[in-house]
Design a protein around this ligand. Sequence first.
Ligand SMILES: Nc1ncnc2c1ncn2[C@@H]1O[C@H](COP(=O)(O)OP(=O)(O)OP(=O)(O)O)[C@@H](O)[C@H]1O
Ligand SMILES: Cc1ncsc1CCO
Ligand SMILES: [Mg+2]
Length: 278
Amino acid sequence: MTEWIQKEMMVAMNKVREQTPLVPSITNTVTINLVANAQLAVGGSAAMVYLPDEGESLAKLGQSFYINVGTMFPIYQESLPRTVQALVANQTPWVLDPVAVGLGELRTSLLASFKQGKPNIIRGNASEIIALAGLWGLSGGAKDSQVKGVDASEPVEQAIPAAISLARWTNGAVAVSGERDIITDGHKLAFSSGGSSFYEKITGAGCSLGGVCAVYQAVTTPFIAALTASTLYNVAGKLAEQQATGPASFQQHFLDQLYQLSPSQVASHPFELKEVSE
Ligand SMILES: Nc1ncnc2c1ncn2[C@@H]1O[C@H](COP(=O)(O)OP(=O)(O)OP(=O)(O)O)[C@@H](O)[C@H]1O
Ligand SMILES: Cc1ncsc1CCO
Ligand SMILES: [Mg+2]
């Protein structure tokens, strides 16, 4: 029953490697380098910008776009709304990573405004997904979700209702990351495990996963893109852990695995699929 999905995942990986899609980002300054390197390793082309007119131009030129609000700057008050407007106007698919939603006025007001821009993929940890659904007034969300910073404090399973309602609102996909990853398009739920606890010992595993979701989204649907990226990270993390002696060598081996893994190695990694009752 999951065969067509596995086939789509392989097609997406091959297409990205053949086509090198341009996938620009406005992302945080902590992990910007890892995001670009992960995007390049899977076969995409990266371009990081900050300024309003540059976000706008790349929203037109890019085949998909990644927005991560991890570190806020005053210029983002202009850059982010103008970029999102251009993404919507040009029907460029985009990924939102609502890092630390609820922290600060600018971050919160911008994230609230993105509800109308309907990001095609929303990727975050459980706490961020619950809090974003709360901010957007959707079911499963909570205004007082325990986002205390950039790390999750809630288990992924707790974010399932929020993930489903967000995916139904955007008509896209939501990927909740953690020890187990949950990917949904609002109608089906995929559960993928693997990875490594070393992912919690480096910064930007989640950010770069969002950037890689955006790369695959240039060539396939939001659900297949999010599932392909999440599965790739689960396979790559597991193999990198076997070669690593600590977080730094883990990051090095993990990037090598993103580059080396074959589509069939990724697509054959098992995942569980459930239909959501309507
Ligand atoms: N304990 C774990 N065991 C296995 N894999 C994990 C574990 N924790 C996270 N991962 C994997 O790490 C990747 C990033 O997910 P994570 O939930 O850490 O993102 P995040 O908290 O947004 O990270 P960051 O904000 O540092 O970028 C995903 O591929 C996820 O599957
Ligand atoms: C550590 C950190 N602080 C702001 S953004 C970021 C990267 C992980 O989300
Ligand atoms: Mg994060």
